[in-house]
Design a protein around this ligand. Structure first.
Ligand code: SAH
Ligand code: SF4
Length: 357
């Protein structure tokens, strides 16, 4: 639909380069960066203030498109699920959420995910491969292009799509650097949130990089026994070790950490777990984001009913824990948290080329 690459695509992607690494001398680099990230063009031929010969040379040397196919599935609530076919034929997904004048994209860092959390449709897919920095950034650029907006109009990025970003940290960091760069997407670090299942080494590394991005920790249980039953990586990384890394991240960056907690019926929604959670978060400037479970076909777990979600939230509130509930969007097109599984909704047809402009 948009951003289709041809078979003789160059092997090097220009989206792997920081603005200062772009081809040419100072002013040229700035011109190209402006076309890529402010204008969001998807073709070197459209960089009309560059000499034609240069545009042709750039197109011969550099790839600008990372997908052979981009399909969009609009939800009734305004979010849009995007399905990307990568140049090797594998696929990944992202979600566009244009609510309340805050345009947000949820990006993937992998094809599938190796972590295998029981409640997550992406986990059930298994691991395909890591995405490159260009493929991560390319999701945002393709969405902006399809929506007919400048990539810079997208002011919020959440790395909460497919995959575990801290297990693909090198590529994720490169993509974040281009998002933050004044000649890239010029984003504010506090508007980028990286969500992780809890890989301590990755959290320390992210703290070292000191990029100022927000961290969201998918805790989902305050006790190791429950956590191990739903999150396989919990066998390697006990809660105490993860909390130590999170405390370090907070001390180093002064960024309030969000704890994500998907409520599963009879698994992690007991009153004693609310009390233990409050105890665990004491002294941390933490915020709990409760996520009602988003169902998917074949899921081996069930969500806590709405009344239980409200009760768990109230219990936390009474214990002094700041809490919000993330009622999910995009369920009708399989775009809600944990539903990304490369399944295109049957009832909906993709938007026609250029729709939404
Ligand atoms: N791998 C990262 C980021 C992607 S998942 C992580 O796990 O944090 C984004 C959030 O959605 C995580 O908190 C994840 O646990 C949650 N999630 C996964 N499946 C879900 C489902 N079916 N319903 C609700 N939340 C889910
Ligand atoms: Fe991977 Fe996150 Fe899904 Fe777990 S919840 S399987 S870490 S994407």
């Amino acid at each position: 639909m948009t951003g289709q690459a041809s078979p003789e695509t160059p092997t090097k992607s220009i989206l792997e380069l920081l603005p200062e690494e772009l081809p040419g001398e100072g002013y040229r680099k700035a011109q190209i960066a402006h076309w890529l990230y402010a204008k969001g063009v998807q073709d070197f031929a459209e960089m009309t203030d560059l000499p034609k010969a240069l545009r042709e040379a750039l197109a011969r040397e550099w790839r600008l498109l990372e997908f052979s196919l981009v399909q969009a599935y609009p939800s009734q609530d305004g979010s849009v699920k995007y399905l990307f076919t990568l140049l090797d034929g594998q696929r990944t997904e992202a979600v566009y959420m244009p609510y309340q004048n805050r345009k947000t994209v949820c990006l993937s860092s992998m094809v599938g995910c190796p972590a295998g959390c029981t409640f997550c449709a992406t986990g059930a897919l298994g691991f395909g491969r890591n995405l490159t920095a260009a493929e991560i950034l390319g999701q945002l650029l393709a969405i902006a292009h399809h929506q007919g907006i400048s990539p810079r109009e997208i002011r919020n990025v959440v790395l909460m799509g497919m995959g575990e970003p801290l297990l693909n940290l090198k590529n994720v960091l490169k993509a974040i650097r281009i998002l933050l760069h004044p000649q890239g997407l010029a984003m504010s670090p506090r508007r980028i949130t990286l969500s992780t299942v809890g890989i301590p080494k990755g959290i320390y590394r992210l703290a070292e990089e000191d990029l100022g991005v927000r961290l969201a920790l998918s805790l989902h249980a305050p006790d190791d026994e429950t956590r191990k039953a739903i999150i396989p990586t919990a066998h390697r990384y006990p809660i105490a070790e993860i909390m130590e890394a999170v405390r370090h991240y907070y001390a180093k960056t002064k960024r309030r950490v969000t704890f994500e907690y998907t409520l599963l019926k009879g698994v992690n929604d007991h009153p004693w777990q609310a009390r233990l959670l409050a105890k665990l978060l004491k002294g941390l400037s933490a915020h709990v984001n409760l996520i009602p479970f988003n169902p998917w076909e074949g899921a081996p777990v069930a969500g806590t009913p709405k009344a239980g979600v409200l009760a768990f939230a109230e219990a936390l509130r009474r214990l002094g824990v700041p809490v919000s509930i993330r009622w999910s969007r995009g369920q009708d097109v399989g775009a809600a948290c944990g539903q990304l599984a490369l399944k295109t909704p049957k009832a909906l047809t993709p938007l026609p080329e250029g729709a939404g402009r």
